[in-house]
Design a protein around this ligand. Structure first.
Ligand code: GDP
Ligand code: MG
Length: 168
């Protein structure tokens, strides 16, 4: 029987927009305020992938990113992953490879998507388009350029993951 609920973990440095991405996708809201702790483990949304209903449980960190302190429980049973970095934060881009290794170490080979967020701030970009494309190619991840603020390309990240999951 096909398991139609999947656990999706979000990883990436702090302040890149992970909580905002989940809030936008599940609750349709965006706020400029930075809330370090969301206070919940995950938010949910159901999406249709290849004609099948998939319930996504989107797990959010509680701001432990800086300490590499995400617990085993956070990763346990994850079936898909979103790695997020920010257009305006060079360090967050440079950390993408180690995040991917960490997820592979904890979860094995699961469907993943790479998200370059804050595309509305492209004029203050710290990464070139070529660099991002070339990294994505070398680590074999599909890249989504999003603005959670302007609700640009957010849904496609999760549709892609749901479809990858159904295909796998
Ligand atoms: P997290 O630490 O990765 O969970 O990041 P948050 O979701 O808490 O977001 C950090 C800050 O970035 C907040 O002030 C958000 O309002 C802001 N933010 C998130 N996404 C965007 C975006 O697409 N564009 C802009 N301009 N700001 C964003
Ligand atoms: Mg957060």
């Amino acid at each position: 029987d096909f398991e139609s609920t999947i656990k999706v973990v979000l990883v990436g440095n702090g302040i890149v927009g992970k909580s905002s991405l989940i809030q936008r996708y599940c609750n349709g809201i965006f706020t400029n305020e930075y809330k370090k702790t969301l206070g919940v483990d995950f938010l949910e949304r159901t999406v249709k992938a290849h004609g099948q209903e998939i319930r996504l449980m989107l797990w959010d960190t509680a701001g432990q990113e800086e300490f590499d302190a995400l617990t085993k429980a956070y990763y346990r049973g994850a079936q898909a992953c979103v790695i997020v970095f920010s257009t305006t934060d060079r360090e967050s881009f440079d950390s993408v490879v180690s995040w991917k290794k960490k997820v592979e170490y904890e979860c094995g080979q699961i469907p993943m998507a790479l998200v370059q967020n804050k595309m509305d701030l492209i004029s203050r970009s710290k990464v070139s388009r070529d660099e991002v494309d070339s990294l994505a190619r070398s680590i074999r991840l599909k890249v989504f350029r999003t603005s959670v603020k302007e609700n640009l390309n957010v849904d496609s990240v999760f549709s892609y993951l749901a479809e990858s999951y159904v295909d796998s």
